[in-house]
Design a binder for this molecule. Structure first.
Ligand code: F0G
Length: 351
């Protein structure tokens, strides 16, 4: 009769909430940590996948959103706003419904996956498609939140980071200590910031004996942190991380440097290869951006940068159903058969 209560109740003493904070939750968090057999074989390591697509709206954003919406409600906000490449808007829209609040979302015109757009629509968000990229959307969202009665729930809101750090807690709670390396995709750089904060807090309180090296991967066409300069016109098929000027840039550099980690880039081709491997060989369907972590791990292994025997966790950030175009594209069309067992058996290669 016990179910996971959501990250605020499960980690209440580590989050900036009080007894009077209204907890707005869809029971996010408590996501599976799945041993990755093929990736372990390929790297000679013990690789696990933190499957964040199992969250209520299908991405890790729910961890931050339960905090952001709960705090906004506590402060009396009636409306929230965010800029998004899709997942933040889906999450904000759902949690705003739970809170009885209005949500407004700004998305880059034509550059968000259909599933995510559908989520924002069905949850009743007020959506504006902005004639610009994510970075433009964020500038606009910040400006609106400063000048109008609407609370900003992007990860520049520090309580978002507080919520998202709980993923690191869950990993240590499950494994008994921090892994050697933690790998994740980097877009606006909030999540790498959050994991690093979570790992550091557990190490400081001696719940973990160490912190992992943080390895972040950007898409090659949208890799400002790797290049060391803003990318004016970011491009990648991984629309979730199509970001040219990450808000948490400096925190990502701190996570990299303080952890002895790295931030590198992976091409769209490498992302799609990892995307297909995860689905076809690990049984885990993620969206393209999520596969950037695994693509990065495979790239590093091929470059001889992964010593065998290590324990590695890759966060896969979002559910594959959000953006199934790449699953269908390039796959053979299913053949049509009559209602006839012999024909079906033959076509299935059973006969
Ligand atoms: N993976 C997915 C599936 C995402 O949606 C995002 C970010 C990231 C990775 C990168 O995380 O920004 O914390 O470095 N999506 C944001 C959004 C930008 O609007 O949904 P990050």
């Amino acid at each position: 009769t016990h179910q996971w209560r959501g990250i605020i109740e499960e980690y209440r003493d580590r989050l900036p909430v009080s007894d009077t904070t209204p907890v707005v939750t869809l029971r996010e968090g408590g996501t599976p940590l799945v041993p990755a057999q093929v990736l372990s074989e390929r790297t000679g390591c013990e690789v696990h996948l933190k499957v964040e697509g199992a969250n209520p709206t299908g991405s890790f954003k729910d961890r931050g959103m339960t905090m952001a919406i709960s705090k906004a409600k506590e402060e009396g906000a009636k409306a929230v706003i965010c800029a998004s490449t899709g997942n933040t808007s889906a999450s904000a829209a759902a949690y705003a419904v739970r809170a009885g609040m209005v949500s407004a979302v700004l998305v880059p015109q034509g550059k968000i996956a259909l599933g995510k757009m559908g989520q924002a629509l069905v949850h009743g968000a007020k959506i504006l498609q902005v004639d610009g990229n994510f970075d433009d959307c964020l500038t606009l969202a910040r400006s609106l939140s400063e000048n109008y009665p609407v609370a900003l729930v992007n990860s520049v809101n520090p309580v978002r980071i507080e919520g998202q750090k709980t993923a690191a807690f869950e990993i240590v709670d499950m494994l008994g200590d921090a892994p050697d390396i933690h790998v994740l995709p980097v877009g606006n750089a909030g999540n790498i910031t959050a994991y690093w904060k979570g790992y550091q807090e557990y190490a400081a309180d001696k719940i973990a004996t160490r912190t992992p090296r943080m390895w972040g991967f950007q898409a090659a066409g949208s890799a400002p942190i790797v290049r060391g300069e803003v990318v004016k016109d970011p491009s990648t098929i991984a629309t979730a991380i199509r970001i040219g000027n990450p808000a948490s840039w400096q925190y990502a550099l701190a996570a990299r440097d303080e952890s002895g980690g790295a931030i590198d880039e992976v091409t769209d081709r490498e992302i799609l290869r990892a995307y297909r491997l995860l689905a076809a060989q690990e049984g885990v369907f993620v969206e393209p951006a999520s596969a950037a972590s695994v693509a990065g791990l495979l790239k590093a292994a091929e470059q001889g940068k992964v010593d065998p025997g290590q324990r590695i966790v890759c966060t896969v950030t979002g559910n594959g159903l959000k953006d199934p175009d790449w699953a269908v594209a390039g796959a053979p069309q299913p053949v049509t058969v009559p209602v006839d067992a012999a024909t079906a058996a033959e076509r299935l290669g059973l006969a």
